[in-house]
Design a protein around this ligand. Structure first.
Ligand SMILES: [Zn+2]
Ligand SMILES: [Zn+2]
Ligand SMILES: [Zn+2]
Ligand SMILES: [Zn+2]
Length: 304
């Protein structure tokens, strides 16, 4: 951005005035760009400004090599470069094909806090390994686990629980056992129908019980499964069972809840839950098989 580039100009000016006579140093730099590293090292305060400097003026994302610049020194990320039609977005001059090695080197010297600092991560990472950490950071926010819509809300677990209650009006239940009835008047319309999600609160944690109809190849089926509102390694501490039946028959599923880091669709498509063929579901529903009336009972427990 403008301030970032101004700072870059400042750094360059400082170096030129302070070290211009030392031509031997200059000779060691193979590229024609000036290396601002040496004047940065003692200056800790500069770090946050350098961060701004590493922000692409177009997309505002952090820039990673190759970082480009125009002949006036304005920088641009490699993702945006093909989209600006060879015009510098800052000064409108022709962009050309100049790589900003200096800034790439400065970036390599930086240690930055994880971008999920506000969510509680205290990690500090070298610039180039920060992205990798952030893709796996335990504090990164979760996607909304509601399956029936493309909800873009993200946040930590307490925030999402409130969101599910207030915005999706999900059923909330306390306790580790449940007895839930799923009713649908026209079970022959499968079309990936999704039921309301039910959220269970027990052991100080939250679990999402999904129940829905979907088409498995040619066969319409129902699937029920549990997801844990937290990370995979914590999900593994729990086991759950689901049971459905009638007329002396019953189907039982025992499983390990999946983390909501795994999308609802991913879990469903891996069949990691209780799968009930529609014919069986209608048989369990009793009556004239015109209406789906399934009673699903279940339990969640903690493995020691
Ligand atoms: Zn960009
Ligand atoms: Zn420019
Ligand atoms: Zn982190
Ligand atoms: Zn949502």
């Amino acid at each position: 951005m403008a301030t970032g580039n101004a700072l870059f100009d400042d750094i360059r000016t400082n170096r030129e005035s302070a070290e211009a006579p030392q031509n031997e140093d200059m000779a060691e730099i193979s590229e024609s760009v000036i290396d601002p590293l040496q004047c940065l090292k003692p200056n800790v305060v500069v770090a946050s400004s350098v961060r701004e400097l590493l922000e692409c003026p177009v997309c505002l994302n952090a820039m990673y090599p190759p970082i480009h610049q125009c002949s006036n020194g304005h920088t641009l990320c490699s993702g945006c470069k093909p989209r600006v039609h060879n015009r510098c977005p800052t000064c409108r001059h022709e962009l050309g094909n100049i790589r900003c090695l200096a800034l790439e080197k400065v970036a390599a010297s930086l240690d930055l806090p994880c971008k999920y600092q506000n969510f509680g991560c205290l990690g500090i990472y070298p610039y180039y390994s920060k992205l990798k950490h952030e893709s796996q950071c335990a504090y990164r926010p979760y996607n909304c686990p509601y399956a029936g819509s493309d909800c873009a809300v993200v946040g930590n677990i307490p925030f999402l629980v409130t969101h599910l209650k207030d915005d999706h009006k999900v059923d909330m239940h306390n306790g580790s056992t449940f007895n839930h009835r799923y009713v649908k008047s026209n079970p022959h319309e499968v079309e990936n129908a999704t039921w309301m999600l039910t959220v269970f609160s027990c052991f100080g944690e939250y679990f999402c019980l999904h129940f829905e109809a979907f088409q498995l190849g040619m066969a319409p089926v129902y699937v029920a499964f549990l997801r844990f509102m937290g990370d995979e390694h914590e999900a593994k501490n729990y086991t759950y069972s689901l049971e459905v039946g009638a007329n002396g028959r019953k189907m039982v599923w025992q499983g390990v809840p999946r983390s909501i880091r795994d999308s609802h669709r991913k879990v469903r498509d891996s069949f990691d839950g209780l799968i009930i063929q529609r014919n069986m579901a209608l048989f369990f529903s009793g009556g004239d098989r015109k209406e789906l009336k399934l009673r699903v009972t279940g339990r969640i427990w903690k493995e020691q």
